[in-house]
Design a protein around this ligand. Structure first.
Ligand code: GUN
Length: 284
């Protein structure tokens, strides 16, 4: 059984981004720039935003940070997005989700220019992924493809079962696995005989948000198991995935741990998307 190390693979991705960023600056004088917007003071979001800014610094991006009060109106946020859309020095715009209740998430996503939507949430980018055109891909599913490829796991022709159908993980994950020629099943909370469906999988991807839901009964011998879950145990304050790791791992050919599996890949792919945006703008 192989443990897929997301810390090592995300470091490789960030190293590659760092090199290309330096090259773009040296050859064309272009400084890659990501604008990060946080509305309100959700502690988890503050941690994510801080980590995104730290990653920018590490790879050599400029980061613009907008920390707006929790009572910011939708109009004020849209004005800021409009200003950043028009600013030629900004290559990526990210609004940390969730946003406070007076702001409509969909309106915000739609307002970000698709060329700067490094989260890959805009309908134009989701549509592009669906029909195989270039665009930005949601960072977590894009990171999972990198984990599989860089661990030499063959996807072509494999049975892939994805548990979860969210817009930011399950659905784009299904489209990416299809693009890699897997046979894809998307299962969810209403799926009948979920364990049986999951046992078909050569590659099982769990993105449900329920701690340890995927037990050994859900896993075929020799399967590859990817755990997208980040669940915090209220008593111990420890992170735990959607997969019952201790019981599932012995059955797998490869598995991602939590923490240290999928998690670190998300920010690495965000950096990769932002560099990609700058390269496209530079005509490369
Ligand atoms: N909130 C939780 N995950 C994400 C993400 O990937 N991007 C943004 N913008 N907000 C999030």
């Amino acid at each position: 059984m192989k443990i897929i190390d997301g810390k090592v693979i995300s470091a490789q991705v960030k190293e590659e981004v760092k090199e290309k960023t330096a090259k773009l600056k040296a050859e064309k004088g272009i400084e890659v720039c990501l604008a990060v917007i946080l509305v309100g003071e959700d502690p988890a979001s503050q941690v994510y935003v801080r980590n995104k800014k730290k990653a920018c610094e590490y790879v050599g991006f400029k980061s613009l940070s907008y920390e707006l009060p929790g009572d910011t109106s939708q109009e004020e946020l849209l004005e800021l997005i409009d200003k950043l859309n028009k600013d030629d020095s900004v290559h990526g715009i990210l609004v940390q989700m969730p946003v406070p209740k007076q702001i409509d998430e969909k309106t915000v996503i739609d307002a970000i220019s698709p060329e700067k939507d490094v989260d890959g949430f805009h309908p134009m980018n989701v549509g592009a992924l669906c029909i195989g055109e270039p665009g930005f891909v949601s960072c977590t599913p894009a990171g999972i493809i990198q984990l599989l490829k860089r661990s030499d796991i063959d996807i072509n022709g494999k049975e892939c079962v994805i548990v979860g159908r969210s817009n930011i993980v399950g659905k784009p994950m299904a489209l990416l696995m299809l693009r890699e020629n897997a046979t894809v099943t998307v299962a969810h909370s209403r799926t009948k005989d979920l364990a049986e469906v999951c046992r078909r999988a050569d590659i099982l991807i769990a993105a449900v948000g329920k701690a340890k839901m995927i037990t050994e009964d859900y896993v075929k011998d020799g399967a590859v198991v990817i755990d997208v879950g980040i669940n915090r145990n209220a008593e111990t304050n420890k992170l735990c995935g959607d997969v019952d790791y201790d019981n599932v791992a012995p059955k797998c050919s490869a598995i991602t741990p939590v923490p240290g599996g999928v998690g670190p890949m998300t920010i690495a792919m965000l950096m990769n998307n932002c560099l990609e945006s700058a390269l496209r703008k530079a005509g490369e």
